[in-house]
Write a protein that binds this ligand. Structure first.
Ligand code: NAP
Length: 429
């Protein structure tokens, strides 16, 4: 074993970074044996230098992250600051000054992954980011390496623990959205400002990363259709139960049937209780991958938290250090397929539509005609009368999102349709 240590610069020492530092210290001997050389924490960049950080030598702490990545003797930079800047500039500078990079930064990778990969490649360095998607769950490496000989057709997953916790609460207790969110906040599952989670931004960033790797195609955050889950109601859960379904916020990356294009989207959807994703409870994450040769695979586990996320960071650190010792680099960006990323209108799925209508003869026929005129075939219809008004629940066969949007616009114009109470896609069948 080499005795000269590999030097690691840690950028950020918060929820994830403090756990990375702890595991690097407590597992130092095992890590050295697995890598073939010791790893040494050479510096820790933070914003607040006076904060007490247990187990970290105060002499390593700096607020000058730029100087740390420019030192020239750093082998691996671990970026766990988060956000776009200064993380992007620091990572770029690290590559230019001879270091490889491990990052957990989904927002940055979804936005600028291609450019960062290009800088890594130009400098013959590694860029690894297993922790950016679904915390501890191995997903990037299985897609990039284990399935590199297969053809992935679909990635369907619960990649945000906060929203899964809220939806699971609504499902199991009948609570409304706000009540479930309040509980998630009190228990520390939701941040004070939960927008990134509940509006689907976090899941959309992960969907962009997953789709890019799965389909060997550049998929940017802007390519991902996104709908949050703040409009999901207790009534939606009651409807879902009637259909033998539950509701999950899903990230769905799909190859079109002709194989020439892909789509990536995040939205709440009904899935059958028999689907493995329906049983993912609390803040857990799970991702279902469908490939030509492998068939269906499911990856499940804790999708966030300091220690689980640090596990993924450390796995990358070991891989990058091994590459460093052998003088090689691991797989970089693979975007050779360059498939078209299609808009949401091209997505084909089933829909559950709940309408408030006048309770009088002929309404059902009128509604059915609108569906037929837009080429959306109805699977089932359920009608419930209440004081001269009625609710109509229509479940469709597979249709394009564009056709469904046209149908809903036309339905809203009917005098007998008082309102469209909810539209929910039905997935996983
Ligand atoms: N938390 C999770 O469960 C989780 C899961 C998966 C991925 N991630 C990703 O991991 C990354 C880190 O998340 P986190 O939860 O650990 O964040 P965090 O607790 O807020 O920690 C951020 C760290 O970065 C430091 N920092 C902020 N701005 C800085 C700057 N300009 N220069 C140097 N240091 C700076 C902070 O310093 P101070 O300590 O002085 O404030 C803090 O140590 C993010 O990209 C996040 O998306 C997190």
């Amino acid at each position: 074993m080499r005795t000269r240590p590999l030097k690691v610069a840690l950028l950020g020492c918060g929820v994830v970074g403090s756990e990375v530092a702890r595991i690097m210290t407590t597992h130092a001997d095992d890590l050295a044996a697995r890598i073939g050389a010791p790893v040494e924490l050479a510096g820790v960049a933070v914003r607040r230098p006076s904060k007490v950080r247990e187990g970290i030598d105060p002499a390593l702490i700096t607020t000058d992250a730029t100087a740390l990545v420019k030192r020239g003797d750093i082998d691996v930079v671990v970026e766990v600051i988060g956000g776009i800047e200064p993380a992007r500039t620091l990572i770029t500078t690290a590559f230019e000054h001879g270091a490889s990079v491990v990052s957990a930064n989904k927002a940055l990778l979804a936005q600028d992954g291609a450019a960062l990969h290009a800088v890594a490649e130009a400098n013959n360095k590694d860029l690894y980011y297993e922790a950016a998607v679904a915390g501890a769950i191995p997903l990037i490496r299985p897609l990039r390496e284990s399935l590199a000989g297969d053809k992935v057709n679909r990635v369907l997953g619960i990649v945000n623990g906060t929203t899964n916790f809220i939806l699971d609460k609504m499902d199991s207790t009948g609570a409304g959205y706000q009540e479930a969110l309040d509980e998630a906040t009190a228990l520390g599952y939701a941040e004070a400002d939960p927008t990134a989670d509940v509006e689907g931004f976090d899941a959309a960033a992960k969907a962009a990363i997953l789709a890019g790797i799965a389909f060997h195609t550049r998929v940017r955050l802007d390519d991902v259709y996104r709908e949050g889950m703040t409009e999901v109601t207790a009534a939606d859960f009651a409807s879902a139960k009637n259909m033998g379904c539950t509701i999950k916020l899903l990230a769905i990356c799909e190859r079109a049937e002709d194989g020439q294009s892909v789509t990536a989207r995040v939205h709440p959807a009904m899935i059958p209780l028999t689907h493995p994703l329906a049983s993912v409870r609390g803040a857990y994450n799970a991702v279902f991958v469908e490939s030509d040769a492998s068939g269906q695979l499911m990856f499940y586990g804790p999708g966030a938290g300091g220690s689980p996320t640090a596990s993924a960071v450390l796995g990358d650190l070991v891989a990058v250090c091994r590459n460093r010792l052998s003088g090689a680099t691991g797989p970089g960006e693979s975007a050779y397929a360059a498939l078209t990323v299609s808009p949401m209108g091209d997505v084909v799925t089933r829909y559950h539509i709940s309408l408030d209508v006048a309770d009088k003869p002929g309404v059902l026929a009128q509604v059915a005609t609108v569906f037929a005129e837009h080429g959306v075939s109805i699977d089932t219809v359920r009608q419930q009368g209440k004081d001269g008004e009625a609710s109509l629940v229509v479940v469709t066969h597979r249709a394009s999102d564009a056709a469904l949007t046209g149908t809903v616009e036309a339905l809203r114009k009917l005098d007998t349709v008082r309102g469209v109470a909810s539209i929910m896609r039905v997935e996983g069948e």
